[in-house]
Design a protein around this ligand. Structure first.
Ligand SMILES: NC(=O)c1ccc[n+]([C@@H]2O[C@H](COP(=O)([O-])OP(=O)(O)OC[C@H]3O[C@@H](n4cnc5c(N)ncnc54)[C@H](OP(=O)(O)O)[C@@H]3O)[C@@H](O)[C@H]2O)c1
Length: 213
């Protein structure tokens, strides 16, 4: 049974991923800020602390970097909360890389290694929308980080892809969103058996369809 580490597992897409992973016969290890209730404690605000926080974790085959933040209230180009912007980058962009670095020995030991990271359509470079720039920039940078990581880990035969979950009904997505978390989570978990090294570096919709960066 592959052991799947899922960050931000207490609510939203992460909680739905825990259920979908169990339903698919995987063995999920959920992380939350404070642990408890069968969760592993992992806070993502300080990337330099992540390796130490994960030092005692056992075998991990698959990493799903799910946790993320929408960012500060003020994040338009001319009215920017810079501290909040930096915190958004720490959680959304730096932490996923630090998690993979920390778990790399486990992934290298695995027969079925895989890294999936939740990005967003809001990262798309094909339009010039000016709202939520801290969030958009953090996810665009995340895509570039994961693309580079994909190339770096290709010789280790560890596929790395970023995922667009669509607009999902969670605390972040709000009640008007068109996707329900269970459907999105089931799609993402199904990717575990579909993604191969031929897909590494791609940006995939949760349905598995490749999409532009
Ligand atoms: N919902 C959407 O429409 C949508 C669209 C595109 C992409 N996404 C992405 O999908 C992922 C999940 O989103 P969601 O809608 O499920 O969000 P959510 O409902 O707001 O849940 C976010 C999760 O991330 C955790 N988290 C946030 N900051 C953390 C930190 N510093 N340390 C540890 N955990 C932290 C939260 O833990 P706490 O409960 O402790 O805060 C929570 O478990 C995110 O990466 C998001 O950017 C979502």
């Amino acid at each position: 049974m592959p052991r799947v580490l899922i960050t931000g597992a207490n609510r939203g897409i992460g909680a739905a991923l825990m259920i979908a992973a169990r339903d698919a016969g995987h063995s999920p290890i959920g992380t939350t800020r404070h642990g408890g209730d069968g969760f592993t404690a992992l806070t993502l605000d300080r990337p330099d602390t992540i390796a130490a926080q994960l030092a005692q974790i056992g075998a991990v085959d698959i990493v799903i970097n799910n946790a993320g933040v929408i960012g500060p209230d003020r994040q338009s180009p001319l009215d920017m909360d810079f501290i909040g912007f930096a915190q958004t980058l720490a959680v959304n962009t730096l932490a996923p890389l630090a998690v993979v670095q920390a778990l790399l020995p486990r992934l290298r030991d695995s027969a079925t290694p895989l890294v999936l990271t939740l990005s967003s359509q809001m990262a798309w470079m094909g339009y010039r929308k000016p709202d939520r720039i801290a969030y958009r920039a953090s996810k665009a940078a995340l895509n570039k980080v994961m693309q580079g990581l994909a190339s770096t880990l290709e010789p280790d035969r560890i596929p790395v892809v970023v995922i667009d979950p669509g607009w999902v009904r969670t605390d972040m997505g709000g009640p008007e969103a068109d996707q329900d978390p269970a459907t999105v989570a089931a799609g993402i978990i199904a990717l575990i058996n579909r993604v191969t090294l031929a897909d590494t570096g791609k940006f995939l919709h949760f349905t598995g369809k490749e999409r532009p960066f």
